[in-house]
Design a binder for this molecule. Structure first.
Ligand code: ADP
Ligand code: ZN
Length: 288
C-alpha cells in the first residue's frame, strides 16, 4: 500500500509517499507561496501516484474537527493569503482520496510513537521550537484535540533575571513563543540563531524558558517521552541544559525513573530526524 503525506509548513511544503512501514519512497519540498501556486505543485506531485490515502499535517491554527463547518481550514493566521483557507476542501477537489487532517505537531507525535523515539508508547509529547513553538500530545494512545487543538507555545513562563527583551508574540508579547522561538532569539541578540556560539548566554536563557514549559507539560499531561524538534533544537547543546533545568525546577517532586535516573533518554531529539513531519503525516493517513 502506498500512502501520501503533506507537511504544510509556514515556510515550506513537503510532499511524500511512503509505505505503511514508514519507508519513504519519494519526497519533494518547495517554499510556501500563495495557496493556488503552492497547491498546484502538490497536485502535480500526487498526480498518477496511486496513493490510497493522504495525511495532512499543517501549521496552525487549524480546524481539525470533522463535525465543524470549517473542518479542514487553516483558520486565523498572520501568514499572508492563508487565513481562513479551506485547505482540505481545495485538496479534495483535485485529489480524490480519503484524507486525515491534524496539526503538524500532532502528526509528528504520532509518527514518533509509531516509528521513532516514542515507539510503542501511548503517551508522548512532541514540541517544535522553530519559527513558532507548538506541541502535539498523544495521551492513552489518542491525539489530544479537545475543543480545538492545544496551543502549547503560548503559555507563560517566568522571566530569566538577565533577560530584558520585550518579546515577539503579536498576541501576548512575552509568552513562551514570544521569548523562545527562533525569531525571538534572533531579535534579542541581533544575529541569526545559528551564528551564536554554543557557549553564548543565549542558550542558557533559552534552556531556562523551554525547561519551564516542559515542567508545565510534565505536570499537566504526564508524557512518557518528550521529543524536541524544530530548527532551534539543531543546537544540541540545549539538551543537557534543558534536562538540568527541568530537574532543578521539579526539585524531585515527580518521582519517576524517567526523570530522576534516565532523563537523557526522556527529553530527546526526534528519532525520525528531519522526516518527523513527513512520517507524522503518513501516520495520520494510517489512522483514518
Ligand atoms: P518552521 O518552524 O518554519 O517549520 P524551522 O523549524 O526550521 O522551520 O524553524 C526555523 C527557525 O529556527 C528559524 O527562524 C531560526 O531562527 C531557527 N533555526 C533554524 N536553524 C537553526 C540552527 N541551526 N540553529 C539555531 N536556530 C535555527
Ligand atoms: Zn503568544
Amino acid at each position: 500500500m502506498k500512502l501520501g503525506a503533506i507537511e504544510a509548513g509556514g515556510t515550506k511544503f513537503v510532499c511524500g509517499i511512503a509505505t505503511e512501514n514508514g519507508e519513504i519512497l519519494e519526497r519533494v519540498s518547495f517554499p510556501t507561496e500563495e495557496p493556488a501556486i503552492t497547491l498546484e505543485k502538490v497536485f502535480n506531485f500526487f498526480k498518477d501516484k496511486g496513493v490510497s490515502a493522504i495525511g495532512v499535517g499543517s501549521f496552525g491554527p487549524i480546524d481539525p474537527n470533522p463535525e465543524s463547518e470549517t473542518y479542514g481550514y487553516i483558520t486565523k493566521t498572520p501568514k499572508k493569503y492563508w487565513s481562513d483557507f479551506n485547505l482540505i476542501g481545495e485538496l479534495q477537489k483535485n485529489l480524490n482520496v480519503p484524507m486525515a487532517f491534524d496539526t503538524d505537531v500532532n502528526g509528528a507525535a504520532l509518527g514518533e510513537a509509531t516509528w521513532g523515539a516514542a515507539k510503542g508508547l501511548e503517551n508522548c509529547l512532541y514540541l517544535t521550537i522553530g519559527t513558532g513553538i507548538g506541541g502535539g500530545v498523544l495521551a492513552s494512545g489518542k491525539l489530544i484535540h479537545g475543543m480545538l487543538h492545544p496551543e502549547m507555545g503560548h503559555i507563560f513562563v517566568r522571566r530569566h533575571s538577565e533577560d530584558t527583551y520585550v518579546g515577539k508574540c503579536s498576541f501576548h508579547n512575552d509568552c513562551l513563543e514570544g521569548l523562545a522561538a527562533g525569531p525571538a532569539i534572533e531579535e534579542r541578540w541581533g544575529v541569526k540563531a545559528y551564528e551564536l556560539p554554543i557557549d553564548h548566554k543565549a542558550w542558557e536563557i533559552e534552556a531556562y524558558y523551554i525547561a519551564q514549559a516542559l515542567v508545565s507539560y510534565i505536570l499537566t499531561v504526564s508524557p512518557e517521552k518528550i521529543i524536541l524538534g524544530g530548527g532551534v533544537m539543531k543546537q544540541l547543546q540545549l539538551f543537557p541544559l534543558i534536562r538540568r533545568n527541568v530537574k532543578k525546577i521539579l526539585n524531585n517532586y515527580v518521582q519517576t525513573k524517567n526523570i530522576l535516573e534516565n532523563i537523557d533518554d526522556y527529553i530527546v531529539p526526534p528519532g525520525l530526524g528531519d522526516n518527523a513531519g513527513l512520517l507524522g503525516s503518513i501516520a495520520l493517513a494510517m489512522n483514518i
